[in-house]
Design a protein around this ligand. Sequence first.
Ligand SMILES: Nc1ncnc2c1ncn2[C@@H]1O[C@H](COP(=O)(O)OP(=O)(O)OP(=O)(O)O)[C@@H](O)[C@H]1O
Ligand SMILES: CC(C)(CO)[C@@H](O)C(=O)[O-]
Ligand code: BAL
Length: 286
Amino acid sequence: MEIIEDVAQMQQRCLEARQKGLRIAFVPTMGYLHEGHLSLVRAARAEGDIVVLSIFVNPTQFGDGEDFDSYPRDLSRDAEMARTAGANWLFAPRAKDMYPAGYATWVDVEGLTDTLCGASRPGHFRGVTTVVCKLFNIVQPHVAFFGSKDFQQLAVIRRMSADLNLPLEVRGMPIVREPDGLAMSSRNVNLSPAERGQALCLYEAIGIATALVRAGERDSRTVIEAVRRRIEQEPEAAIDYVQICHAQTLADCHALDRHAVLLLAVRVGTTRLIDNHHLGEEIPES
Ligand SMILES: Nc1ncnc2c1ncn2[C@@H]1O[C@H](COP(=O)(O)OP(=O)(O)OP(=O)(O)O)[C@@H](O)[C@H]1O
Ligand SMILES: CC(C)(CO)[C@@H](O)C(=O)[O-]
Ligand code: BAL
């Protein structure tokens, strides 16, 4: 596996690969890799002739007071994991090359970004869509893989790709969890042992919601209340949002149907965690 830092060189290599008829499969990340990321690399390996993994802690998607500085980073550890999982090229650009002096262009998806993480992290999705659009233009992938842990991000990137006629396929992949159920996240490393225990409340709350829906509950408010009650039992857990939304539009679902997704964002100590579950899958087809 080759590590490429230079933006122009990465683009040149990808253009040459495309000219040779090779299929490029792309996995964009912010690094500090875990099994969730590696599941995307393996899926890309199964589909691409060339697998490109990017690692870039994108400053423009972090707001003031957010955890850009404390975001975990370890390129040599990541490189070994990426190589073992089957990546061919690890693209690790520098911020000054992605956003040189005078940089002035932004990609902004409207509507879908007004709610959930978009409401709690103003400007976050503008940073995400801008950097993902730039990465797509540099890497020129045929297919790009994203985790559904970042459910809203996936919906926003699909919207951007459709609206801008980007010539690639956006593929969503399942959430990979720790053995006890906590969704894998690079940020989990910032949890203290006590917080790590309390962080399980997200998964347990999802379990409570799932059981209610399986038992026939169809009122979102009842399910949301039960989820909130479970999370509020943990002294270090502070709810950012608990919502049940339509999987495509992200509009609030009042009556649960096949499209309903439960989405959670919870701060445990100073670490903000997200998780979700497609509750609609628990509802039998009528
Ligand atoms: N547990 C997971 N299962 C599947 N995909 C995941 C998981 N965690 C992250 N991903 C996906 O990996 C890609 C890169 O995400 P990112 O580098 O932000 O990792 P992360 O672990 O989500 O970090 P954090 O949540 O701390 O920002 C995204 O498409 C994201 O959805
Ligand atoms: C898509 C992404 C790599 C853009 O910086 C990031 O938001 C992430 O890792 O999910
Ligand atoms: N995985 C989403 C990146 C972020 O939280 O900024």
